[in-house]
Ligand binder design. Structure first.
Ligand SMILES: Cc1ncc(COP(=O)(O)O)c(C=O)c1O
Length: 385
């Protein structure tokens, strides 16, 4: 019988909290109506959606009336970037983003390049952070949008969103943030952060898959990228999935209640993991070594191939590069942008921890990793890159 999996891939997705599932079941049986229907049943569902907006608004300190419900962060990013770029095309066709963004941002900009937009791809420093001077130098009179993610999904680097947003505000440039790995995981205060558009997705913080939101500062107009009914101010039409939205709201309320305890536990677990792994010869951290989101630790080791390592690590569930990209054998473009070689990027393993992670699991992960590196170095020369 194979050993039980040890799940350390919470950046890929998290299990749904049972209280979230319970809330969704209640809504499925009592408020399954169309919230756009103008009758008493429809109003019951509309009230459920409003309640979820209040729960999410409370987590992020944001006004629920400016939310757009979407199918997840991929859609939120598409709508924010394409919707804003198209709406403000008259302002100019220059857009700025980073080379270390998630595919759900990178590929939107690539599509816009094909439509004639001019995109500047900023490189991070060796820790994955954006040097503010690079942004200042890249801004032009025809720049209309900047998009920089909050927490990096591969390295855990946390960008200085306040400083970036302030510069954008001074230049009247729309600032979009992909917050998929930040919302519900680190404190986010959208009332004080100078952010115009913020994307998030419920399944990264113990909510259901297939639902997310785009939080917009009022006064930031977006051109729709889908067309249909009159829902959500016609910017994102389609019947709202009330149960999924209720689940997102409940997950947001639970995240708010657990945030500080979760972070304390993650800091302690990551520090144990890092301390133990540092005994491995040739090991280095990809991303900020003494900082960053405590739920993510990305390490590489010289002379070892990542795919062989991943196999040798079973039953440990971790990622090489981005999980969304794991079908591809290409070295992670995020780690390449940090200055890692192809071989170094390919040897990278991302451990991502979550609310259910225990110190027993961390100890097993440490022992599996150390043994796997030793075995590959001693026994399988073909696995050594
Ligand atoms: C930073 C980041 N942005 C966007 C996404 C896409 O989110 P979703 O799968 O909910 O569309 C992910 C998911 O891995 C992510 O980590």
């Amino acid at each position: 019988m194979s050993a039980d999996p040890i799940y350390l891939d919470y950046a890929a997705t998290t299990p749904m909290d049972l209280r979230v599932a319970e809330r969704m079941r209640t809504v499925q049986s009592t408020a399954w109506f169309n919230p756009a229907s103008n009758h008493v049943a429809g109003r019951t569902s509309a009230a459920v959606v409003e309640h979820a907006a209040r729960q999410l608004g409370s987590l992020l300190n944001a006004d629920g009336s400016s939310f757009l419900w979407t199918s997840g962060a991929t859609e939120s990013n598409n709508l924010a970037i394409t919707g804003s770029a198209r709406q403000r095309e008259h302002r100019g066709k220059h857009l700025i983003t980073m080379r270390t963004e998630h595919k759900a941002v990178v590929d939107v900009f690539r599509a816009l390049e094909k439509l004639g937009f001019d995109v500047t791809w900023l490189a991070p420093d060796a820790d994955g952070l954006l040097p503010i001077t690079r942004l200042e130098e890249a801004l032009r009179s025809d720049t209309q949008l900047v998009s920089v993610m909050h927490v990096n999904n591969e390295t855990g680097a946390i960008q200085d969103i306040a400083a970036i947003g302030e510069i954008c505000q001074q230049r009247d440039v729309v600032f979009h943030v992909d917050g998929a790995q930040a919302a519900g995981k680190i404190p986010v205060d959208l009332a004080t952060l100078p952010v115009d558009l913020y994307s998030l997705t419920a399944h990264k913080f113990y909510g259901p898959k297939g639902v997310g939101a785009l939080i917009g500062r009022s006064g930031v107009p977006l051109a729709p990228i889908m067309f249909g009914g009159g829902q959500q101010r016609r910017i994102r039409p389609g019947t709202l999935p009330v149960d999924l939205i209720a689940g997102l709201g409940e997950a947001a309320a639970l995240a708010q209640a657990h945030l500080s305890d979760d972070l304390d536990c993650l800091v302690a677990l990551k520090s144990d993991l890092l301390l133990a792994l540092q005994s491995v010869d040739g090991l280095y951290v990809n991303g900020p070594e003494d900082g960053g989101y405590p739920g993510i630790l990305n390490v590489g080791v010289d002379g070892i191939d990542g795919e062989s390592l991943l196999l040798a690590l079973e039953p440990l569930c971790v990622a090489t590069g981005s999980a969304c990209n794991s079908q591809s054998q290409e070295p992670s473009y995020v780690l390449r942008a940090l200055g890692r070689s192809d071989q170094q990027a390919q040897s990278a393993i991302r451990f991502s921890l979550g609310r259910m992670t225990t110190s027993t699991e961390i100890n097993k992960a440490i022992s599996l990793y150390c043994k796997a590196v030793d075995n590959l170095r001693n026994l399988a020369p073909e696995a050594v890159a």
